[in-house]
Ligand binder design. Structure first.
Ligand code: MRU
Length: 348
C-alpha cells in the first residue's frame, strides 16, 4: 500500500485516503489549501508521524501556491502559512522536521516559480525516501524476529502511518519477506482505534495473520505466553532514547519488562529530536473529549463527566530492548548510540 498519499502536481492538490472512514469505506480526501491540509492533519484524515511529515512537505508546496496570490508580499504570507502548518499537531516531530527541511531548501530562492519547482521535487523526494527508509528498517528489524513469532503492536505504525510499508509493520513485513511465519496481535488503541481499524485492515489485506485485542487484554495475553515480541512505532525519540508514541505504549512496555518480553521501537531518523534531552520535555497532544465521550455519534459517558484524552505517552528508554532505524539497530546506552548513529550525517 503505497498510494494512500498522492500529489496532483497539475492541480497542486494533495489527495489522501481518508483514514477516518477505514476500514469500511475507501474514500479520497482532497486538500487544495493549507487550511485543508491542517484540517486533514488535525482530524486524522492522515495520521502517523512519517505520513504527517510527508503530507506537510506537500502542504508547503500548496502554501507557496496560495502565498503567490499575495503578489509582492508572497514571502511574508508563505511564512505565516508555514508557521500554521508546522503547529497543526504538536507531538510528532516529523511535522516540524519536514517543514524545516523545505524551509532550508527554499531559503536562498527569490523567485517563487523556481521555489515551486524545487519544492515539488523535494516533497516527492521526502515521500520516496520514507518508503526506502521503511524497507531498510524492515531488513534490519526483520532479522530480530524468529520464525513462528507472535508480535504485539500498539496503534498503527504501518503503511498508512508512513508513505508506505510502515515502521513497526515494516519490520513485520520484512520478516515475512524473509520467509518467516509471523502473527500479529493488534491492540485496538482507544479512542481512535488505529489498531482495530487500520493495523487490522492493512495486515489482513496483505494476508498477514492478525488478531485484534482490547488494550486492557495486554497483561493476560503476555502472561499466557501468547506474545513473543513487541514492536511499536514512534512520534518522537529524544536524545536519551525516551520515546513518545500512542497513549498506552508505555503501559505495554512496562508489562513487557514484567513478563520478560523484548520491546522494540522502529522509527526513521526523521523521528529523532536530538535537541530535546529527555522525554519529560516532549509536548503531549491533548485532543477533543468527544473522541472519548462518543463512539461515532453515540454518547457513551454521562453528561457533564470530564474525561482525559491525551493522545501520546512517553516510554522510558530503560524499557526499550532496541531502536530499529534505517541506519541499523540502536542498543543501550541510547545517549551514545543515538549520538553516534543518528547524530552523524550518513553521507559524511
Ligand atoms: O495519533 P496518531 O494516529 O497520529 O498516532 C500515531 C502513532 O502513535 C504511531 O505509532 C506513530 O506515529 C508511529 S507511525 C509509523
Amino acid at each position: 500500500m503505497e498510494d494512500h498519499i498522492q500529489f496532483d502536481a497539475d492541480a497542486c492538490a494533495l489527495l489522501l485516503l481518508d483514514q477516518r472512514k477505514l476500514p469500511l469505506v475507501e474514500e479520497t480526501y482532497p486538500c487544495r489549501t493549507v487550511e485543508d491540509v491542517i484540517y486533514a492533519l488535525q482530524t486524522m484524515v492522515v495520521r502517523g508521524a512519517p505520513a504527517i511529515g510527508v503530507s506537510a512537505a506537500y502542504g508547503c508546496r500548496i502554501a507557496l501556491k496560495q502565498a503567490m496570490a499575495a503578489g509582492a508580499y508572497w514571502r511574508n504570507e508563505l511564512e505565516r502559512l508555514l508557521s500554521m502548518l508546522a503547529q497543526a499537531r504538536p507531538t510528532a516531530v516529523n511535522l516540524a522536521w519536514a517543514v524545516g527541511v523545505m524551509r532550508e531548501a527554499g531559503a536562498g530562492i527569490q523567485d517563487p516559480r523556481e521555489l515551486g519547482e524545487v519544492w515539488s521535487a523535494l516533497a516527492m523526494k521526502i515521500h520516496a525516501e520514507d518508503i526506502a527508509m521503511n524497507k531498510a528498517m524492515g531488513r534490519f528489524g526483520g532479522a530480530l524476529l524468529d520464525d513462528g513469532d507472535t508480535v504485539m503492536t500498539h496503534c498503527n505504525a504501518g503503511a498508512l502511518a508512513t508513505a508506505g510499508y510502515g515502521t513497526a509493520l515494516g519490520v513485520i513485513r520484512g520478516a515475512v519477506d524473509m520467509g518467516k511465519k509471523i502473527s500479529v496481535i493488534a491492540n485496538e488503541t482507544r479512542p481512535f482505534l488505529q489498531g482495530a481499524r487500520l493495523t487490522a485492515y492493512e495486515l489482513h489485506k496483505d494476508s498477514i495473520p492478525v488478531t485484534v485485542a482490547c488494550d486492557n487484554a495486554c497483561s493476560l495475553l503476555m502472561k499466557r505466553g501468547l506474545v513473543h515480541k513487541v514492536v511499536v512505532g514512534a512520534d518522537r525519540i529524544v536524545a536519551n532514547g525516551d520515546v513518545a508514541n500512542k497513549i498506552g505504549t508505555s503501559g505495554v512496555a512496562i508489562l513487557a519488562r514484567h513478563y520478560g518480553i523484548p520491546f522494540y521501537v522502529a522509527a526513521p531518523s526523521s523521528t529523532f529530536d536530538l535537541a530535546t534531552p529527555d522525554g519529560s520535555l516532549i509536548p503531549i497532544e491533548d485532543r477533543t473529549p468527544l473522541e472519548v465521550t462518543h463512539v461515532g455519534s453515540t454518547q457513551i459517558t454521562p453528561d457533564g463527566v470530564p474525561v482525559f484524552n491525551f493522545a501520546f505517552d512517553v516510554t522510558d528508554h530503560s524499557l526499550i530492548t532496541g531502536i530499529i532505524t534505517e541506519r541499523g539497530v540502536l542498543s543501550p546506552p541510547y545517549t551514545s548510540s543515538i549520538a553516534d548513529i543518528i547524530g552523524q550525517d550518513p553521507r559524511s
